[in-house]
Design a binder for this molecule. Structure first.
Ligand code: HEM
Length: 473
């Protein structure tokens, strides 16, 4: 009887075949320009990549191996998809000056302008990272602890028994407030509320895959007035810029205050020039864009997984019983099981399926392939996080794997790596842990629906379908 090989067997055979081919080619010193891969995407494939990206990426991986070629589609350039830790290590340990990364992020220019850190490369990128980094680490990060727990507490205080709500929306409220208050230093008041509402409206626009697609297809970027999609986007963006502009004018060239807005306003270049208002606004928008939706989706997932697996929930509750609500936030952040739950949440359905594409500025030998200048490489976080050699039974939510083993920075990559590693990773982890601990210590929740929730694309990121409906019990 013919036995169909299991996906894992087929996958392993393909990987072995690929690696062998690459090694033989490399040994013979024959130039193998590209890894195996897709020749051309049909309409169905494009639809699948946009609306069902995870199974689609996995199907191609099973067919072509861990490292495969993806031709251009829907405004994306051709690139090489990297789905194993060896490939990621080779990329993340290479000289960052080999690549342009900012240019791969051009699609978001209409959102953030062209001076955001996401779009910078080389020396300007290095300088901007150095400027922003202290706001997310060390003492500064520690000082956000109280703000995060206070914001979470104020939301819990509004909840009533039997209330039903979407966890992603509650988490969004928290993460937006944290960025505005802790990172920007913009506090309560009329302007703050106005800015919050306007920002929510604006950021929500790009949560639909259809809307995001317009960013990749310039032909769709036509302003037919406020009622057309692009016209509405321009209108909402101008409203946000106006409010931010007022906040910037109010501060002047503030030198006191350690928040990012004060930093951006006070910094000068060698000629003593301040950043332009557009540059400052671009950077503020970048922090919102990169840090708000990502952290709130991750939080919603964490609440989902904990309530979907009662035994994991109880393990965490036992650990949380060892601390008080008002324990030192840094102590809470060190709790091992809580940390493992957060890591497993970010592993199983990574919020960003890919780290940024790196585009070669020169030809480069990569894993037995001889790549030409201009070729892009895309580290696929989702494929690496489900690699059977690193994570057995990868579709199972199992925080214990992070207690049993330490994963390398090329095996566990929810925040990317090398010179572009997420600037806000420490804040995101800290925030997730403090929100989870603050809520779970005081409120009993349950999932309204017992069916498994799958990830869906929400703009540039993925998030739990339906937003995780929960009830207070
Ligand atoms: C769970 C939450 C988050 C996830 C999963 C996440 C993920 C990522 C990923 C995958 C990258 C690309 C890294 C690479 O290509 O190597 C990135 C970059 C970045 N993230 Fe995050 N992020 C999160 C939260 C945040 C927060 C809270 C902020 C700031 C408030 C932030 C700011 C940034 C910035 C500025 C970059 C660009 C860094 C650069 O180009 O040098 N992120 N993030």
């Amino acid at each position: 009887m013919n036995k169909t090989p299991s996906l894992t067997t087929e996958f392993k055979q393909n990987v072995r075949k690929n690696l062998m081919t690459a090694t033989i080619k490399a040994t013979e010193n024959k130039k193998l320009a590209l890894p195996p891969g897709i020749k051309r995407y049909g309409l169905q494939a494009i639809f699948n990549l946009i609306f069902r990206p995870i199974p689609t990426l996995e199907r191609y991986r099973d067919r072509y191996g861990d490292i495969y070629y993806s031709p251009s589609f829907a405004g994306f350039p051709p690139f090489i998809i990297i789905g194993n830790s060896e490939g990621v290590e080779s990329l993340f340990t290479a000289d960052p000056d080999l690549f342009e990364t900012g240019s791969s992020n051009k699609a978001i220019q209409p959102l953030l302008g062209d001076q955001s850190i996401l779009q910078l490369d080389g020396e300007p990128h290095k300088k901007r990272r150095k400027l922003l980094m202290p706001s997310f680490h060390g003492q500064r990060l520690q000082s956000y602890g109280e703000i995060i727990t206070n914001i979470t507490q104020s939301i819990i205080d509004r909840w009533q028994k039997d209330d039903i709500f979407l966890m992603r929306e509650a988490a969004q409220e928290i993460t937006l407030s944290v960025i505005l208050q802790a990172v920007f230093g913009i506090n309560e008041g009329n302007k703050y509320q106005q800015l919050r509402q306007q920002l929510t409206r604006y950021l929500d626009l790009f949560n639909s895959p259809v809307y995001t697609t317009t960013l990749f297809i310039p032909a769709l970027q036509k302003n037919w007035g406020k009622w057309s999609p692009w016209g509405n986007f321009i209108y909402q963006r101008d409203q946000v810029y106006e409010l931010l502009s007022q906040e910037i004018d109010k501060r002047g060239t503030a030198t006191e205050g350690e928040d990012i807005l004060s930093l951006l306003l006070s910094v000068t270049d060698e000629q003593g020039e301040h950043l332009s208002k557009n540059e400052v606004m671009g950077e503020l928008m970048t922090m919102l864009f990169a840090g708000h939706e990502t952290t709130s989706s991750a939080l919603a997932w964490a609440f989902y997984w904990l309530h979907f697996h009662p035994s994991i929930y109880h393990n965490l509750k036992d650990e949380l019983d060892t601390i008080n609500v008002d324990s030192d936030p840094m102590e809470i952040a060190k709790l091992p099981y809580l940390s493992a739950v957060v890591s497993e949440t970010l592993r199983i359905y990574p919020i960003a399926l890919f780290a940024f594409n790196r585009t070669l500025k020169t030809s480069w030998e990569f894993m037995g392939y001889s790549l030409e200048k201009g070729m892009s490489l895309g580290p696929c976080i989702s494929l690496v996080h489900h690699h059977p050699d690193i994570y057995p039974n990868s579709k199972e939510f199992k925080p214990e794997r992070f207690l049993e083993r330490q994963f390398s920075p090329y095996e566990f990559i929810p925040f990317g790596g090398s010179n572009r590693r997420c600037l806000g990773y420490a804040l995101a982890l800290y925030e997730m842990k403090l929100v989870l601990a603050t809520v779970l210590k005081q409120v009993n929740l349950k999932l309204v629906n017992s069916q498994p929730i799958l990830p869906v694309r929400r703009g540039f990121t993925t998030s739990p379908q339906g937003g995780v409906k929960m009830q207070i019990i």
